[in-house]
Design a binder for this molecule. Structure first.
Ligand SMILES: [Mg+2]
Length: 380
C-alpha cells in the first residue's frame, strides 16, 4: 500500500495528543517529586495538576496547524499544478497559532481556516520560548507567506524541541505513484519535517530531529514496523550536514531500548532531558521501542507512561512517543478512556478525516468542472 492508512493518521494525531496530555502535568518535575506525589510507578493517568485532566499543550496545537497547512498545500498543488507552497503556508499557520496564544503582533493577512475558527484552539498552553521569539521576528516582516528561516538560512541557533514536537504530519503526504518512488517519497517527508521545524529552529539538531520523526511516521503509516521505519529514516538523516548529534542520540536511544522492561526513568534520563530536538526524539523513540511484549493496547499504555515519567520535558517526549505508536498501531491500540478524555478530540478527528481525504486515493475534485475545489476545505 502506498497511501497512508487513515486510521493510523488519526492514531498518530490522537496518540500524540494523549502523550502530550499525560505528560503535561509533570513537565520538568524531578522524578523523585513525581514518585513522591504519584507513587513508585509515577504518573499513570491524566492528572488535573496543570490545567485539567486530559488538557493538551502547544505540542498538539502546533501539530494540528502543521497538518492543516499541509492539507492546504496539497489542495493548492493539485488545483494549480504548482508545488512549493508548503513552507509559506506552514509559516502562516504558525502565525495563526501565535495569535491563538494571545500574542500581539502587527496586523497582517496570515490566513486562518477551519482550525483557527475553532474556539477551543484559542488557549494559551505553555508556548515554547523559541517558537514565540522566532514567530515574532517573522511577524515583524509582515510577509506571512514568505519563509524567513530555512535549512540554508537559519533563523537562529536554537535546537529546542519545538520543531520536532509538531512535525509528525509531515509524514502524511508523499505517496509514490510507482514502487521505485518509495525512497524519494520518504526523503520528501524527511525534508518537509525538517523544513517545517527550520522555520523557527535553526540548529541542525532542532530541524533534523523533526525530519527523522516525519520520515519514520511516513513509513509507519504505510505499514512498516517501528524498527524498520526508524532505520530508513536514519539513513536519510545521514545525508544531511550537521546530522552527527541527532544520529548519535538516535543510536543511544536504540541501544538503551534493549533494556526492555528493565528500563528505568534514571536510565532514560541518560538520553538527556528532552528539552532539545534530538533528546526529545531519542526519549520518545526509546520508550516506543523498549516496550515490546503484550497486546498493542498494553504496549501503548506502558510505553506512554515510560515516555513521560522522567525529570525532563514530559509532554513533548510523550507527544512524540504517542505520534509514533499511534501511527504504528492505529486507534484500536490507544486506551479508550485516554481517547475519550483527551482535549481537542473533536478537532483532531476532523483534521485526521480531512488528511485521509486529501492524502488518500480519492482526493476531492469537483464533478461538474473537474477542478480541484479549494472550497472543500474552507468550510467554517
Ligand atoms: Mg508543550
Amino acid at each position: 500500500m502506498t497511501f497512508p492508512d487513515p486510521d493510523r493518521m488519526l492514531g498518530c494525531l490522537l496518540g500524540g495528543a494523549i502523550g502530550d496530555a499525560l505528560g503535561a502535568p509533570i513537565e520538568g518535575r524531578p522524578i523523585a517529586e513525581i514518585r513522591a506525589k504519584h507513587g513508585a510507578a509515577g504518573l499513570t493517568e491524566y492528572s488535573d495538576a496543570r490545567v485539567r485532566a486530559g488538557a493538551v499543550t502547544d505540542d498538539t496545537q502546533m501539530t494540528l496547524f502543521t497538518a492543516e497547512a499541509l492539507i492546504q498545500a496539497s489542495i493548492r498543488e493539485r488545483s494549480k499544478g504548482i508545488g512549493g507552497a508548503a513552507p509559506g503556508l506552514l509559516q502562516a499557520a504558525y502565525l495563526q497559532w501565535l495569535r491563538t496564544q494571545g500574542e500581539e503582533f502587527p496586523d497582517q493577512d496570515f490566513g486562518g481556516g477551519w482550525l483557527f475558527a475553532q474556539p477551543e484552539m484559542h488557549e494559551r498552553r505553555g508556548p515554547g520560548k523559541t517558537c514565540l521569539s522566532a514567530l515574532h521576528t517573522i511577524a515583524a516582516r509582515r510577509r506571512p507567506y514568505v519563509p524567513v528561516g530555512g535549512i540554508e538560512e537559519p533563523i537562529n541557533d536554537s535546537k529546542g524541541c519545538g520543531g520536532v514536537m509538531r512535525a509528525a504530519p509531515a509524514g502524511f503526504p508523499f505517496s509514490p505513484r510507482v514502487p521505485g518512488g518509495v525512497a524519494d517519497c520518504r526523503r520528501a517527508a524527511f525534508a518537509m519535517g525538517a523544513t517545517s521545524a527550520a522555520l523557527t529552529h535553526g540548529h541542525p539538531s532542532g530541524y533534523l530531529s523533526a525530519g527523522v520523526l516525519a520520515a519514520t511516521v511516513w513509513g509507519l503509516l504505510r505499514g512498516a514496523d517501528l524498527a524498520d521505519a526508524l532505520d530508513a529514516a536514519r539513513t536519510v538523516l545521514e545525508s544531511y550536514a550537521g546530522h552527527e548529534e541527532t544520529s548519535a542520540s538516535l543510536d543511544a536511544a536504540v541501544a538503551l531500548a534493549r533494556d526492555g522492561a528493565a528500563l528505568t526513568p534514571e536510565r532514560l534520563e541518560t538520553l538527556g532531558g528532552g528539552w532539545t530536538g534530538e533528546e526529545a526524539l531519542a526519549i520518545g523513540v526509546c520508550a516506543a521501542l523498549a516496550v515490546r511484549d503484550g497486546a498493542p493496547a498494553d504496549v501503548v499504555r506502558r510505553a506512554l507512561r515510560l515516555a513521560v515519567n522522567h525529570s525532563g520535558d514530559s509532554d513533548s517526549t510523550g507527544s512524540i512517543c504517542g505520534n509514533l505508536l499511534g501511527a504504528r498501531y492505529g486507534t484500536a491500540a490507544l486506551p479508550g478512556h485516554w481517547q475519550a478524555g483527551v482535549e481537542l478530540r473533536r478537532v483532531i478527528v476532523q483534521i485526521a478525516a480531512d488528511a485521509a481525504l486529501e492524502f488518500g486515493p480519492d482526493a476531492p475534485t469537483d464533478p461538474t468542472t473537474d477542478d480541484v475545489p479549494m472550497s472543500w476545505h474552507t468550510r467554517a
